[in-house]
Design a protein around this ligand. Structure first.
Ligand code: PEP
Ligand code: MG
Length: 752
């Protein structure tokens, strides 16, 4: 049986023509299963129908057979996404009778879905005259066949060899990495050297290889310097920091030493680069923080650039005379920078994730992007393409009708973006004038971009751990003072909330290995720093020293689970305050007491608010961890990603409860998790009564725009309605409809 299965899959895969492949499939399946009828239906997701593409046993020559996704047994197999095995198919309520196709003679029915990455691509069916159920081994044969065919079908689709989902055009799918619609000709550039293809090779002349490597390192450094300069006025500091990171890594003695050691052992420079980059990238890859894990791609990008400069002396010049959609195997920051902005309508990459730095850069530059798309350059190059950065789709040679629809969407987006941008510098209030403060979540560096500073009310969360992770040892007190001063100086009249180190098993420091079975429940946040008062005191002292003569520092403690941790931490903060006060006095200056707050992210702390309130000045709700701990679901585990949902009714109930407690205890509260930067989340939070939200740079304009368009009583009513719902999906859907009623649906299109 196994040989038969393999033969069928091989024969289908080796067919160059889809029609012929499907005919082979049905006839070989009939003979392998010794059955009289086999048919394959293919899903057309845009028309929401299954179309009969090939059959042995049915008479489909005279007419087209298509069933809507809601119709017939085929529709049922697709909806249930599992096999259906019936002895009398026509007796089933879902059976749909097609006259003249000769199905009436068949009684037994076994249909199984062909699923690739959760999407039903089609349905494979066998039928028989006998009225009997197919046995278990027949069922497992068909299921296994369908699973293997799914891979073949998905590959054929990507190669443009598939009857498309969208009539007349080829549809490619990937991850939505940067929103927006682009319409232009495709430009495929797959000429970059590939790190993954570098194989072991040795050299005869070590000195020559060392010189080649040195030359490539210098060329890459000056290239990144040039790029940084090129973007200086266009990008905020957080995004620009990637170029600094690249330059920093290229100068890193450890990295250089590792490469040179490989050459010393007789390796060719390319092979030395590959081995070193792979081991550095692996370090990042093993981190469970998704942001840091994605930095592995940046390290690989660095390797690609070195490979490029080992082979070329010059930076590649792009001579394009019209805007294009760039298709690349791996998108790099250098590529985005090298192509003039007015010639780059959009980007599509085969490799890379939504949070790879090239994707972050594309978002910051407002270039629509789709990542993780398999494509065939020979078919795509120079073809007209629509890129849908909201849904992660690419349509090659779209029909006139589809093109018209997308042009309309693109024009709408442009109009919406202009409106959003115009609301940016105005202070945030709801449509009826209720004031809401919008703060920034900052990380890699202070955001010194003038535009952003004019648009926000301060920094609601400065994550201090990132600089700790980028270094080879704990940063010194002096280094930290400088870092914190630069941030406090960016916002002289606004509050800057600095969180103490939230490091732990999930974000291991390269210089301090922590191995735990359950890192999220382990030694992280305040638990780590209380066990290391030395590290904690240095950090708090650095924050306080940075704030001498200023009045805008607030200190935030992460992962507080109860009163005792807070009291211990506060004792240390007070000790640091007394020490730094003396320094201030000796300089003839004054140290103002910073406000002290706790993150609300461990559920137990909710039940200690009364005891905790007298000791703190504010609360900051971390919805990312709060959701994780409340729902007992790892926030970084793709397998349970669908269970991790901030719209869960219990999460909403807890958020409401926190607000009630904070009002009763007269404690200011803000929300700094991702939920606050989500249009639906922000609407719910303000509807509940939250008046301070803190979010990433790119959410600011969007959230301001949403809030300015809805009156506070409507937000309040919406929350009351949502509190009556018990299903996460219902809450999400009703909230989307709510925003749609205010014509704000465009702001939540991403990822739908
Ligand atoms: C949170 O948990 O919601 C939060 C803001 O902190 P972090 O994402 O850094 O854990
Ligand atoms: Mg957290």
């Amino acid at each position: 049986m196994l040989t038969k299965l393999r033969d069928i899959v091989n024969n289908v895969a080796s067919s160059s023509d889809v029609k012929q492949a499907l005919n082979t499939l049905v006839s070989e399946t009939c003979s392998a299963m010794d059955t009289e009828c086999c048919s394959v239906y293919i899903a057309d997701h845009d028309r929401q129908v299954y179309e009969l593409m090939a059959t042995q046993g049915l008479n489909a020559k005279s007419r087209r057979v298509a069933l809507s996704f809601n119709e017939g047994l085929i529709g049922l197999v697709g909806r249930r996404a599992e096999p259906i095995n019936l002895a009398f198919a026509s007796g089933h309520v879902d059976f749909k009778h097609f006259p003249d196709i000769g199905e009436d003679v068949f009684n037994a029915f076994l249909g199984t879905p062909i699923i690739y990455r959760r999407q039903v691509l089609g349905v494979l069916v066998v039928q028989q005259r006998d009225s009997r159920q197919f046995n278990e081994s027949e069922e497992s044969f068909l299921v296994t066949l369908a699973a293997q065919l799914a891979v073949v079908f998905a590959h054929a689709k990507a190669q443009g060899l598939w009857p498309s989902d969208v009539k007349g055009s080829l549809l490619l799918e990937g991850a939505a990495a940067s929103p927006g619609v682009a319409i232009a000709k495709a430009w495929c550039d797959v000429s970059q050297p590939r790190l993954d293809l570098v194989s072991p090779a040795s050299c005869l002349d070590n000195q020559k290889e060392r010189d080649r490597l040195e030359g490539a390192l210098s060329a890459a450094i000056s290239d990144f310097r040039r790029l940084r300069k090129r973007f200086d006025n266009e990008l905020n500091q957080d995004t620009l920091a990637i170029f600094d990171l690249f330059i920093h890594l290229l100068n890193d003695p450890v990295l250089r030493k590792a490469m040179n050691e490989h050459i010393q052992q007789g390796d060719l420079a390319e092979w030395a680069v590959k081995q070193t980059i792979d081991s550095f990238a692996e370090r990042f890859q093993n981190m469970s923080d998704p942001y840091l894990r994605d930095r592995a791609n940046d390290v690989k990008e660095l390797g690609q650039r070195l490979l490029y400069f080992l082979e070329n002396q010059e930076t590649k010049q792009w001579n394009l005379d019209e805007p294009v959609i760039l298709f690349a195997r791996e998108l790099t920051a250098a590529m985005l920078a090298a192509i003039p902005r007015d010639c780059l309508a959009g980007v599509v990459a085969e490799e890379g994730a939504v949070n790879a730095h090239a994707a972050i850069l594309a978002r910051a530059l407002g270039i629509p992007a789709v990542m993780g798309v398999e494509f065939n350059p020979q078919i795509i190059h120079q073809k007209k393409v629509v890129l849908d950065g909201f849904k992660g789709r690419v349509l090659v040679e779209p029909s006139a009708h589809i093109l018209k629809e997308y042009k309309r969407l693109r024009d709408e987006e442009l109009e919406l973006q202009q409106e959003v941008d115009s609301a940016f510098t105005r202070r945030t209030e709801t449509a009826d004038g209720v004031r809401v403060e919008i703060h920034l979540n900052a990380g890699l560096s202070a955001d010194t971009s003038i535009a952003i500073n004019r648009g926000v009310d301060g920094v609601g969360l400065y994550r201090t751990e990132v600089p700790f992770l980028m270094q080879r040892s704990f940063p010194s007190e002096e280094d930290q003072v400088k870092q914190y001063q630069s941030i406090l100086d960016c916002y002289p009249k606004q509050s800057v909330v600095m969180r103490t180190l939230d490091i732990g098993g999930d974000k291991p420091l390269p210089y301090l290995k922590i191995e735990e079975d359950n890192p999220f429940l382990g030694w992280r946040g305040i638990r780590f720093t209380l066990d290391h008062p030395d590290i904690f005191l240095i950090q708090v002292r650095a924050m306080l020293r940075a704030s001498i003569g200023r009045d805008n520092l607030a200190i935030l403690l992460p992962m507080i689970s109860g009163l005792s941790e807070l009291l211990e931490a506060k004792t240390l903060v007070n000790r640091a305050f007394n020490e730094v006060s003396e320094i201030a006095v000796s300089q003839g200056k004054k140290l103002n007491k910073p406000r002290l707050g706790i993150m609300v992210e461990v559920p137990s702390v909710l039940y200690q608010f009364d005891a905790i309130a007298p000791h703190i000045d504010f609360l900051s709700v971390g919805t990312n961890d709060l959701t994780q701990y409340l729902l007992a679901v790892d926030r970084n585990n793709a397998r349970v990603a669908d269970v991790y949902d901030t719209f869960h009714p219990s999460v909403l109930a807890v958020l409401h409860q926190i607000l009630m407690s904070s009002q009763r205890l007269k404690l200011p509260v803000s929300v700094c998790g991702e939920f606050a930067g989500d249009p639906i989340g922000a609407a719910l939070l303000v509807g509940m009564g939250y008046r301070q939200l803190s979010m990433n740079t790119r959410s600011v304009a969007k959230i301001k725009y949403v809030l300015r368009h809805i009156p506070s009583d409507a937000l309040q009513k919406h929350v009351l309605a949502m509190q009556q719902l018990s299903l996460t999906g219902e809450i999400r859907k009703a909230s989307e409809d709510f925003l749609e009623r205010y014509s704000l649906g465009g702001l939540i299109r991403v990822g739908k």
